[in-house]
Design a protein around this ligand. Structure first.
Ligand code: AP5
Length: 206
């Protein structure tokens, strides 16, 4: 199955990706994670992406599309994929249709007023990539799964989050209409317990 996760920053795309990719036996491809790895390794793509990400803006389409095209050509994507964070513009969606047309698009809906607190309180494990919220952590600094240090993402500051939400509504939300138009969109209520959201996603794919 070739699947896309659509939704605003903090909707729970990364949180749901592990369960869904395991269940469908497809790789989880997050363009945000790819850029963060490129920044850490100081690659040319990482150097280009950093200034945009720090401001909460989208990385230019040409950079993202080339990176995704290369990733989808790899052997592990032959049986399908779960794309999280791509496409984010209509231009990216059109490019994906030419590279590898998706089978279904899951749109995870969460009201804007819930997203700010989800993101300011998010902590991510630098080792196992687990995603947590401070309200559920006994210790804010250490991963409860593997014990590595937890990271507060640079773009999870209130002013950058506001910008990411504005960019989402202006540039990414139009994709809802794009995928409604071709009958691929399934909308799921993301404002529920994570385990219920997972069930709803899997049910929408049956
Ligand atoms: P990216 O890393 O993709 O960030 P994003 O889309 O903004 O999404 P997030 O990772 O912030 O949120 P999420 O939906 O995964 O939520 P999560 O599960 O973590 O992109 C970062 C940047 O990279 C972009 O701004 C851009 O610059 C660049 N970029 C990436 N792709 C690009 C592209 N295609 N084109 C151009 N630029 C691109 O959950 C968030 C929090 O909520 C956590 O604390 C979690 O514990 C909690 N939570 C999750 N589910 C629930 C629930 N059901 N109930 C309560 N809390 C929950």
């Amino acid at each position: 199955m070739k699947l896309i996760f659509l939704g605003p920053p903090g909707a729970g795309k990364g949180t749901q990706a592990t369960g869904v990719s395991t269940s469908l036996n497809v790789p989880h491809l997050s363009t945000g994670d790819m850029f963060r790895a490129a920044i850490k390794n100081e690659t040319p793509t990482g150097l280009k992406a950093k200034s945009y990400m720090d401001k909460g803006q989208l990385v230019p389409d040409s950079v993202v599309i080339d990176m995704v095209r290369e990733r989808l050509a790899m052997d592990d994507c032959k049986g399908g994929y779960l794309l999280d964070g791509f496409p984010r513009t209509v231009e990216q969606a059109k490019a994906l249709d030419e590279i590898s047309t998706p089978d279904a698009v899951i749109n995870i809906e969460v009201p804007d007023e819930k997203l700010m607190s989800r993101l300011t309180g998010r902590r991510v494990c630098g080792k196992c990539q687990g995603t947590f919220h401070i309200t559920k952590l006994a210790n804010e600094k250490t991963c409860p799964v593997c014990g590595a240090d937890l990271i507060h993402r640079d773009d999870d500051k209130p002013e950058t989050i506001s910008n990411r939400l504005r960019v989402y509504h202006e540039q990414t939300a139009p994709l809802i209409g794009y995928y409604q138009g071709n009958g691929k969109l399934r909308t799921v209520d993301g404002d529920n317990r994570p385990e219920d959201v997972l069930k709803a996603i899997l049910a929408s794919l049956e």
